[in-house]
Structures are given as structure tokens and as C-alpha cells.
Design a protein around this ligand. Structure first.
Ligand SMILES: O=C(O)CCC(=O)C(=O)O
Ligand SMILES: [Fe+2]
Length: 360
């Protein structure tokens, strides 16, 4: 377990519970960003249009064909979709949510025992966002971040021991999510006319593709129209899977529509295409820009599972078979570690211009 460290910024939970009526300046977004930020519970924008894909019929030939087509269209046109009948047992998801909530229900002092220490490279654990953008803005959230798969790479010593079932439940969930990730890579590969195993193999395959879990905890915010729970960003992952506690907040950006709020669909899992998949498909699949709104009334918790390629082992580059005649490769080859570096650099340099380039 990480030793207790003094957090670089106060936990947002403490700020939120201090009874303040206006939020500190570092949480107030730039004017240009604020034009369309609203209280997530008082939000007129509709989630209409974000594709919902039913994976229930995969075993029939006709069902498989339909899923391949729907997943391909969603990944190309939106970069985001909601999955239903995804195969992850509902009761396991309920236990996962209860144990994550149980951890965040602990007093802050108890959670601090798991604090990460970003300055020394210990990024796993309990934390709050550091200002790594040139604009210096902070997000209205605390989080718990840790690698959950493969089991032999997971450092159980930093996983919460409270609630008592956190470790067993989260490890079982990670196994199930890994199966769903394979299913998605399979469908996404077929959608581009590739061998069914191609995309997963290119992103690290069975042994090296990693699952990182980030539990986002968004406290109530007295001025939700000034703040963001998570600022506009694309994920660096290949795919990200998002679950939440039923409180709205997630928005995705769609050209021609603007910010679209993710609808609340029972027992669904949201899937984002991330940068790594966008790069190797030469932009055929779209890494979706998204952000999180906050609200005055309800705490919101979300569980984001990032499927990441290994940092150094594979080179992310447009697959030659996806660069058609007359097309150019739209991305330079890079390892995942290099991609992270580039994005951080851009965020530091360009973040002051309000460009959505932050890393998550
Ligand atoms: O809270 C959410 O729904 C999304 C969180 C997110 O985008 C992230 O953790 O990268
Ligand atoms: Fe994200």
C-alpha cells in the first residue's frame, strides 16, 4: 500500500463538503469553454442518436452480420456506442458498483492511505487531477486508478482492502470485461474486412493488452455551470468501457450536433473508441471527444476501464491494409509511451488556448 502523502491539492470531496457557495478559480473553466456547460440534471441536450448495439444475437449468423455492421457504423460515425446484452453479468456489475461506492463512502483520511504520488511516478491509487494543462484548470473529481488485468501485472498491495469484497469483485469483473473487449475487437476487425483477431493482436494481444480501471468520483458542485467533472478529451486507450451509477453527466461531441448527452439505458455499457484504435485504423474508427458535467444535487460515480496497448512493445501505426490506394497514412508511427508524451506536451503548450488536448 502507498504510504500516506500530503495531497498536492485538497481533495475535491473535502472542498465540496466544506459548504462553499462559489468554487475556487482554478475550477472555473475558460469563458470559451463555458458557453455550453450546464448543470447535468438540468440539461436540455438529448442523447438521441448515440447508437445502441444489442450483442444478444451474436450466436446466429444473421445476428453476427448485423452486430458487425452496427458496431462498424457506430465506431466510424460516432466513436461511441452503448452495448446491451453484452454478457457481463448484471449482478456482478451491481457488486462492482457497490464496492466502488463503498470505498468512496469511507472518510477521506481512510482513502488517503491509498493516495498515489504522481511526482514520483506512482500513478496508481487514490488521487485528484494535477494541473498539467497550460491553462492550469482542475477537474471537479477525485478518482481511484489501478491496473486490473492481466492478474499477474496487477499490484494487489495497492487495491482497497475496504470494502472487504473490493478485490475479489473487481478482479472477477476485470476477467469478464476482458472477454467483452475481445468480442468488441473481433466485431471491429470484421467490420473493416480484417481477420477477426487482427485488431486485438495489433494492440498487444492476449498477453500484453492491459486493462486500467479508473473510478471517477464527482462530488456535488455548487456552481455546475462553471466547472467540468472531466474536461474535454479523447482517451489514449484503444477502447474504453464506461459504467456509471445512473446519474447523468457524460457528453460526447458529434460534428454537426455539438455536445450530446449519453442517455441512461439500464444494464448498458458505454464503449468509446480511443486514440490507439484510431491510429491503427488510420482514422476509420473515430476517437471520440467527450467530457463530464457535474450537478448540484447528486454525487456521480463512473467506472472507466481503459484497454491499453503495452507502453513500448508494439508500435502504433496505420495498418497498411487500411491505407487505401490514393490515401495517406494519417498518423506517424509511435509507441503508446510516445503517444502519451506527445499528448502531454501538446496539452502543456496548447491547453492555454482552450484546445481539448488533455490526457486521460
Ligand atoms: O465519467 C464519465 O462518464 C467519463 C469519464 C472519462 O471520460 C474518463 O475517465 O476518461
Ligand atoms: Fe475519457
Amino acid at each position: 500500500m502507498a504510504t500516506k502523502t500530503i495531497p498536492p491539492t485538497p481533495r475535491v470531496e473535502i472542498l465540496a463538503n466544506s459548504g462553499l457557495s462559489s468554487i475556487p478559480a482554478e475550477f472555473v473553466r475558460a469563458d470559451s469553454e463555458r458557453v455550453d456547460i450546464v448543470d447535468a440534471l438540468n440539461n436540455g441536450t438529448s442523447g438521441h442518436g448515440i447508437p445502441i448495439v444489442d450483442l444478444g444475437a451474436l450466436s446466429s449468423e444473421e445476428g453476427l452480420r448485423r452486430c458487425v455492421e452496427e458496431v462498424r457504423a457506430a465506431a466510424e460515425e460516432w466513436g461511441v456506442m452503448l452495448l446491451v446484452n453484452h454478457g457481463v453479468p448484471e449482478e456482478l456489475i451491481e457488486r462492482l458498483k457497490a464496492s466502488g461506492k463503498g470505498f468512496f463512502d469511507l472518510p477521506v483520511e481512510a482513502k488517503e492511505k491509498y493516495a498515489n504520488d504522481q511526482s514520483s511516478g506512482q500513478i496508481q491509487g487514490y488521487g485528484s487531477k494535477l494541473a498539467n494543462n497550460a491553462n492550469g484548470k482542475l477537474e471537479w473529481q477525485d478518482y481511484f486508478f489501478h491496473l486490473v488485468y492481466p492478474p499477474e501485472k496487477a499490484d494487489l498491495a495497492i487495491w482497497p482492502t475496504e470494502p472487504a469484497d473490493y478485490i475479489a469483485t473487481t478482479a472477477t469483473f476485470a476477467e469478464e470485461l476482458r472477454i467483452l473487449a475481445t468480442k468488441m475487437f473481433f466485431l471491429l476487425s470484421l467490420g473493416l474486412g480484417l481477420d477477426e483477431n487482427k485488431l486485438e493482436a495489433e494492440l498487444g494481444g492476449k498477453d500484453d493488452l492491459l486493462l486500467q480501471l479508473k473510478i471517477n468520483y464527482y462530488p456535488r458542485c455548487p456552481q455546475p455551470e462553471l466547472a467540468l467533472g472531466v474536461e474535454a478529451h479523447t482517451d489514449v486507450s484503444s477502447l474504453s468501457f464506461i459504467l456509471h451509477d445512473g446519474v447523468p453527466g457524460l457528453q460526447v461531441f458529434k460534428n454537426g450536433f455539438g455536445w450530446v448527452t449519453a442517455p441512461l439505458v439500464p444494464n448498458s455499457i458505454i464503449v468509446h473508441v480511443g486514440d490507439s484504435l484510431e491510429i491503427i485504423t488510420n482514422g476509420k474508427y473515430h476517437s471520440v471527444l467527450h467530457r463530464g458535467l457535474v450537478n448540484k444535487e447528486n454525487i456521480r460515480i463512473s467506472w472507466a476501464v481503459f484497454c491499453e496497448p503495452p507502453r513500448e512493445k508494439v508500435v502504433l501505426r496505420p495498418l497498411p491494409e487500411l491505407v487505401g490506394e490514393g490515401e495517406v497514412a494519417r498518423f506517424e508511427p509511435r509507441t503508446f509511451a510516445e503517444h502519451l508524451e506527445r499528448k502531454l506536451f501538446k496539452a502543456r503548450v496548447a491547453g492555454s488556448e482552450g484546445k481539448p488536448v488533455c490526457v486521460d
